[in-house]
Each structure stands twice: as C-alpha cells, then as structure tokens.
Design a protein around this ligand. Sequence first.
Ligand SMILES: [Zn+2]
Ligand SMILES: [Zn+2]
Length: 157
Amino acid sequence: MNLELFYSRNCRDIIDDIENALTNAYGIEINDYEELEPIYSAYNRRRGQYDAFPLLNFLISRKTKEIALWVIDKDIYCDNMNFIFGYASQGNGAILSIYRLNSTELIRKEAIHEVGHVLGLGHCHNHCVMQFSNSVEEAMKKPSELCEECKRVLNLV
Ligand SMILES: [Zn+2]
Ligand SMILES: [Zn+2]
C-alpha cells in the first residue's frame, strides 16, 4: 500500500514523526511527499475555519497514489461539528489538522486514526486508537495503538 503524504509549509517539521507512526502502525511505505497549502475557496470567513469537505475533495483530485494524507495547520470543521481533528474518505485519503493538537504524541495518534478510516476502519469502542474523540482531553485518553479486533480487520495480526 502506497501512501502519498501532503503537508502545508508549517507542518514540515512533524512529517518524519507522522511517517514513523504510520509505518509502525500499518507497515505503510511512504515515498511521495508534496507541499500543498489549503485552498482559500474552502475557507469560511464567518467561522474562521476551513470546510474539510472541499479540502478532502481537492486532495483526492491531486493525489497520484492509492491513498493520501494531507497534514495541515488550519482549523477545520464539517457538517454540524464545531471542529474536527481529521476527515477521511475510505479508500481515498484523509486530512489531518494539527491546529488543536498540542503534542507530537497526539498528532501521531490522530494520523493513525485518520489513516485507519482510509483503510476501512470505523470508530471502535475498545481500548483503541480508533475511539472517536471530540476533544483534546478525549484524544489524550485513548491509546496510540489499534486494538486486536481492528488489527484483525486489517490483517495486521
Ligand atoms: Zn474518526
Ligand atoms: Zn479497535
């Protein structure tokens, strides 16, 4: 499985950590990197945030490998959520916003979470990185690893 990693300028320093996290969690190989800034047409001036939906569509239109991850430093939202850490489309790609993630550990965790969605995992109720988190506190509480059930779904055990 080939993942293409996109990142906005201000996220350059975190890319190595994200790559390590994804390789450890999924054995994914990353050979393609591209600097890409969020498109202004996705910006909602009233909210001061970017709409994740057009961003994700833009990513999917730009990617050249099977799946892609786009790491950005802008605050994002979707539908009726005040904010989200990430937004994913199964089999295609995901966006990860580091805007509210205040540690490398959290960024790694949410990168694993979003790519889990891309690979087909849903939200999980076990002690698992695929737990849904609605806040930084919740994200801090969940583990950085997949539970055995999720690993089995992806044939990682
Ligand atoms: Zn999720
Ligand atoms: Zn799980």
